[in-house]
Design a protein around this ligand. Sequence first.
Ligand code: PHE
Length: 347
Amino acid sequence: MNKIGMNERVEALKAEAAAALEKAETTQQLEDVRVRFLGKKSELAKLRKGIGALDKAERPAVGKLLTELQRSLAGGIETRLEEIGRQERARQLQNETIDITLPGRAPSFGSEHPISQTARRMIDIFQSLGFETVEGPEIDTEYYNFDALNTPAHHPARDMHDTFYIDCGGKPYLLRTHCSPMQVRYMEQHRPPLRIVVPGRVYRRDADPTHSPMFHQLEGLAVGEGVRFSDLKGVLALFAQEMFGAETRVRFRPSYFPFTEPSAEVDFSCSFCDRDESCRVCKGTGWLEILGAGMVDPEVFKAVEYDAERYTGFAFGMGIDRIAMLKYGIPDVRILFQNDMRFLTQF
Ligand code: PHE
């Protein structure tokens, strides 16, 4: 081939390449075009090899022509590559758009059980009065649950505290019927003055709309020199007001517990009505039975080797579930333990 023929060939190649570039729509197709026109087996490569066969005089001009061709092809590919890249990005952006105005899916975090919320609030109130929070075992011995609390075997008070007994190698274990055993356990380990509250699960043979065989109590104990019944009254009155509102009043009725003397049942004025005949919560009495309390019986001090001549103390015990039911207006204690989501998600 001479120089004239070469010129034609080069022009034809340019035109072919321009058409191929036009058709290429992806970077992959463009890569194919590059191999076809600039690769080792391309026409251009063949033409270069043919230079040696030309007249010496023609070689430089043809060489220059082919170099120009190569530059123009490479430049064309480069330009097209940028174009296609831009198009591909635009297409990608369009396909992958997200609608940021759509409302998000809120993760579900759950919430604290109403009994836990109530217990925490109760503990907070007593903590502000200097009561430390301690916990004790749910499976305890007959000694701590009854005997050390001045309730010997065959004491009639045991009847109201029927529970499961557990045979543990001969030692009489049981599911504790109240949190009072922790009074004894704590006093065995500490000297007065002391102030504690004991939250926890307790068990009794009871099951109806207002009694669950497993329920929760908060026990309180304060011991020191010169601790008086009026201190008990002040602490409980303050608790009642913090829990149910500043207008809440307390009422003490004489009662009996083996481990307190004197003993009292304590009522709070009904926070649902103003002595309303039709009030279903207080049944028209204006009062709600809330807890048992009293001055620590000297017999209990004897069991823990405290000097009953020197120290006095008060104790109280109340149902956390009962307080939660009153606080949230829950009519049936059993709802608290069914774990029905329709109920739990309301807290
Ligand atoms: N432990 C008693 C009960 O569960 C309540 C109570 C505690 C009474 C402390 C007096 C003092 O019935």
